[in-house]
Design a protein around this ligand. Structure first.
Ligand code: FE2
Length: 257
């Protein structure tokens, strides 16, 4: 089983995107189980504005769910241990697709994060980012809020296939400030949890092999669970997903809590 190897702090995404030799080395390291943390270069004040905007959406509109299909709307949904999910969890998710415009122009703002994901996956940098699906897949930007009092995601593995090697995440909070216990982890060869939120800060992006066993331990499990407070762990997740109509890629595998 693929296990965590080591963490490498790697500087700015912009610099690596121009360095083919460095890209190849990072790709080989990630295949073997290394975690890379990059500086996105995006201003924290802008990221805080985005978080406030999402909280406003979450407080003032009803959650709803759409399957991923060409042209589907942006939406936000609450997942409260929904048994229909491939990986069970407790979080509030705000999803955006490249065929919809939005007030922050998210796919322009975060394009370098997707470009690096694609390059590390051996793909042209703009793959899956156009306004139509490619090879049955599309980029999806999801902001995820894990509430204090039990927000979590079961231990799991995500598919590595023609569409991706890694699923980057950007931290939009700080452990020790927004929450104190739990958070994202990967498993090492001793079957121990390495808590990666403790290694990263606002606006930094973490890349690792999606086949590595990982999850989110309950956020401040002793705190009162209150969805509408929007207190807890916030991240942005840079996914490439198959359309609901496609069977070409296997699903994520839930390995329990
Ligand atoms: Fe995952």
């Amino acid at each position: 089983m693929l296990c965590y190897d080591k963490v490498v702090r790697a500087g700015a995404i912009d610099d690596v995107l121009r360095d083919e030799v460095e890209l190849n080395k990072i790709r080989e390291d990630i295949v073997k189980g290394c975690i890379y943390i990059f500086n996105s270069g995006i201003d924290k004040l802008l990221l805080e504005r985005i978080r406030k905007y999402l909280i406003s959406l979450g407080k003032n509109s009803l959650p709803v769910y759409y399957s991923i299909h060409e042209g589907c709307p942006n939406f936000h949904r609450v997942n409260h241990w929904d048994p229909r999910s491939h990986v069970r969890g407790c979080f509030h998710q705000f999803s955006f697709f490249p065929w919809n415009d939005d007030i922050f122009k998210f796919f322009e703002l975060f394009k370098n994060v997707f470009y690096l994901k694609n390059r590390l996956s051996g793909l042209p940098e703009t793959s899956f980012l156009s306004s139509v699906p490619e090879d049955g897949c599309v980029a999806r930007l999801s902001f995820q809020y894990y509430p204090v009092g039990g927000g979590a995601l079961n231990k799991h593995k995500d598919p590595v296939d023609y569409h991706q090697l890694t699923v980057p995440t950007m931290l939009l909070c700080q452990k020790g400030v927004d929450f104190h216990k739990g958070g994202a982890y990967v498993m090492n060869h001793l079957d121990e949890k390495i808590y990666i939120d403790e290694l990263s800060d606002w606006g930094e992006v973490t890349y690792f092999n999606a086949q590595m066993v990982h999850g989110v331990d309950k956020i401040d499990p002793d705190a009162e669970h209150c969805w509408e407070e929007f207190k807890g762990r916030w991240i942005a997740l840079f996914a490439v997903n198959k359309l609901a109509s496609s069977n070409r890629i296997s699903n994520s595998i839930d390995l329990g809590s």
